[in-house]
Design a protein around this ligand. Structure first.
Ligand code: COA
Length: 159
């Protein structure tokens, strides 16, 4: 199984937009979804990086990286991660997260909406293993975020 990240070219913006819609329908449990308002910013702002998750040559998900953070100023953040349902529970999400962490060493902040209970379990399992449990978790209720936040620094992690 060959998992890779492929930076999304602007010509594939609508393809990414369609996958984001699928993701939002699932996590928000809604059918009518507004277009993702930050989509264009991924080609306009230098801190933003959109990637397709590739299994061999096929797209099976996406991951969006930026520097929007609520605790650590300018920390790296994975704002969205999605693996299509049929490819889940095979360690692909974890593999992707580790690839992304490796690409951007430094301070990290990962957030989950309070309603997304399984995402919190996933991130705690992944970050806990990757950082050997050296991370901090916050339960935040503020105008910027209502939910959980994990912070860590992977500057000295080599794998
Ligand atoms: C969350 C998501 C990315 C996980 O991807 P995945 O490829 O199925 O995850 P993995 O197989 O790599 O799982 C890694 C670890 O997380 C745990 N995990 C994964 N999904 C979980 C779930 N729904 N509930 C509890 N734990 C979960 C696994 O048990 C595994 O732990 P282990 O290493 O101890 O065995 C995927 O389910 C998804 O796209 N969900 C919808 C979108 C979403 O919620 N994204 C996250 C918010 S940004």
């Amino acid at each position: 199984m060959n998992i890779d990240l492929k930076e999304v070219d602007i010509k594939d913006k609508n393809l990414l937009g369609d996958l984001i819609k699928e993701y939002q329908k699932e996590i928000l449990n809604k059918v009518d979804i507004e277009p993702y308002k930050y989509l264009d910013s991924y080609w306009e702002k230098s801190d933003r990086h959109p990637f397709f998750v590739m299994l061999d040559l096929g797209i099976i998900g996406f991951v969006l990286i930026n520097n929007y953070s609520v605790i650590e100023k300018m920390a790296n953040s994975i704002s969205e991660l999605y693996i299509k349902k049929e490819f889940r529970n095979k360690g692909i999400g974890k593999n992707v997260a580790k690839k992304v962490f490796k690409l951007y060493p430094g301070k990290w902040e990962i957030r989950e909406l309070r309603v997304n209970v399984s995402a919190r379990k996933f991130w705690k399992a992944v970050i806990g293993e990757y950082m050997k449990n050296k991370f901090t978790e916050y339960d935040l209720t503020s105008d910027k975020w209502d939910g959980f936040v994990q912070t860590f620094d992977n500057s000295n992690i080599n794998s």
